[in-house]
Design a protein around this ligand. Structure first.
Ligand code: GDP
Ligand code: MG
Length: 177
């Protein structure tokens, strides 16, 4: 029935957005359960998963929301963004189009979410380096211009997934403290 070690100091809502099939659900699955699936089903129904981490001796519960196959432009509802203090904007480094759509997602995010929301741009699937279609420099430059954090990840290889969440959560933590 909950002891002191289970005390939660903060709950931060973070939303995952980006085109379909870029790996949002697998990034979440890797982070929340350390699981990965190559034949992941499209997500049905809005859902979130949680993971509690310790940041500067406080326990921070991240409540990560995943889109429910609403990745069509403007299909994500404002309820999805409500109360979000962090956002992970994901593209697939092997699909140029998913990167070209990032400005739209950013615009949508900025029109629906809190203006102080912490945003990280994520180029996923770095394990497919031989199929890369988006140079790291292009994304880095875009992130700098838009003042976003930026990391490349592989949900498959578990590269930088934890770091990406820690980056966002730590920044949020620093803002509220
Ligand atoms: P979502 O539509 O953005 O939620 O994308 P999913 O998480 O469902 O992933 C779409 C497809 O990409 C699935 O077949 C995943 O297994 C695959 N995938 C996701 N992340 C990675 C990754 O880091 N590397 C590789 N090679 N495949 C990935
Ligand atoms: Mg999904």
């Amino acid at each position: 029935y909950g002891d002191a070690s289970q005390k939660i100091d903060y709950v931060f809502k973070v939303v995952l957005i980006g085109d379909s099939a870029v790996g949002k659900s697998q990034i979440l699955s890797r982070y929340a359960r350390n699981e990965f699936s190559l034949d992941s089903k499209a997500t049905i129904g809005v859902e979130f998963q949680t993971r509690t981490m310790v940041i500067q001796h406080k326990s921070v519960k991240a409540q990560i929301w995943d889109t429910a196959g609403q990745e069509r432009y403007r299909a994500v509802t404002s309820a999805y963004y409500r109360g979000a203090v962090g956002a992970m904007l994901v593209y697939d480094i092997t699909k140029r189009q998913t990167f070209d759509h990032i400005p739209r997602w950013l615009e949508e995010l900025r029109s629906h979410a809190d203006k102080n929301i912490v945003i990280i741009l994520i180029g996923n699937k770095t394990d497919l380096e031989d199929q890369r279609a988006v140079p790291t420099e292009d994304a880095k430059e875009f992130a700098q211009k838009e003042e976003l954090f930026f990391l490349e990840t592989s949900a498959l290889e578990a590269t930088n997934v934890e770091e990406a969440f820690l980056t966002v959560l730590t920044e949020i933590f620093n803002i509220v403290n």
